[in-house]
Design a protein around this ligand. Structure first.
Ligand code: ADP
Ligand code: MG
Length: 255
């Protein structure tokens, strides 16, 4: 049997990461099946961003294993980062969306979305443009293609950022508090795009403080505290009936 059918799309095993003497991740394991959506929740400083960054090797783990699809990396004493090319290929497969958009201010929305396909994938300009226009349409911004980021709202900028990540045809998408910097009235349009992606079958890991959204869209929720997975389970079960006192205390803030 094809192992890709049964193997999780993302598999993280015994991941550890310290910054100096500060152990930020301690023996974290996590699996996301193909098409699965996992929400990562936890207090500020619990290691959520570091974990997400380890999944696409923006941060290099000290120990443990990271596998996305058929790309597998093991880390331990003495292991070095994979070569630049292997790393670039791997990162292109793991689309990352940040809290603060990080769009190129001197490029239009269209050019922002075309940039990766043109420079990293070496697509021809007409193909890159066709792909970018299709993706801008998909996030509801077909009419904003020629606008510069300074002329877009926060919600529109974040939707361009999602289109830009999708333009690299990633195997998985990672969202790090994609709506935390938005005015409340703009959160819904970005969550709507994320919800549609999940319904499309995209494999996703979402760091979020939108607990109702996690409950609705995620299959599983992982609660992280001090770099440890304290509790994880089916989204509704974990959010409606948390078992661990720390999970209960954390979720109580959202009622
Ligand atoms: P979260 O996303 O859950 O708020 P982070 O993963 O951003 O948590 O951070 C976890 C801890 O690691 C924090 O104490 C943070 O200060 C520390 N940390 C994160 N990145 C670095 C870094 N590059 N250098 C030093 N410390 C860092
Ligand atoms: Mg964070």
């Amino acid at each position: 049997m094809d192992p890709s059918v049964t193997q999780p799309k993302i598999e993280i095993a015994h991941l550890a990461k310290s910054f100096g003497s500060h152990a930020v991740l301690r023996d974290v394991s996590l699996a996301v099946p193909t098409g699965g959506v996992v929400a990562l929740i936890g207090p500020s400083g619990s290691g959520k961003s570091t974990l997400l960054r380890c999944i696409n090797l923006l941060v290099v783990p000290d120990a443990g294993e990271v596998r996305v699809g058929s790309d597998e990396f093991r880390f331990g004493p003495g292991t070095r980062l994979p070569g630049t090319q292997a790393l670039a290929r791997f990162r292109a497969k793991t689309g990352m969306v940040f809290q603060h958009f990080n769009l190129f201010p001197h490029l239009t929305a269209l050019a922002n979305v075309m940039e990766g396909p043109l420079t990293v994938q070496r697509l021809k300009r007409p193909e890159a443009e066709a792909r970018a226009r299709a993706l801008l349409a998909k996030v509801g911004l077909a009419d904003k293609a020629e606008q510069y980021p300074s002329r877009l709202s926060g919600g529109q900028k974040q939707r361009v950022a999602i289109a830009r990540a999708l333009a690299m045809e990633p195997a998985v998408m990672l969202f790090d508090e994609a709506t935390s910097a938005l005015d409340p009235e703009l959160v819904g349009e970005v969550l709507g795009v994320m919800r549609a992606l999940a319904a499309d079958g995209m494999t996703m890991v979402i760091v979020t403080h939108e607990i109702a959204f996690a409950r609705e869209v995620a299959d599983r929720v992982v609660f992280l505290r001090d770099g440890i997975v304290v509790e994880e389970g089916p989204a509704r079960t974990l959010i409606d009936a948390p078992q661990h006192p720390d999970t209960k205390a954390f979720l109580a803030h959202f009622h």
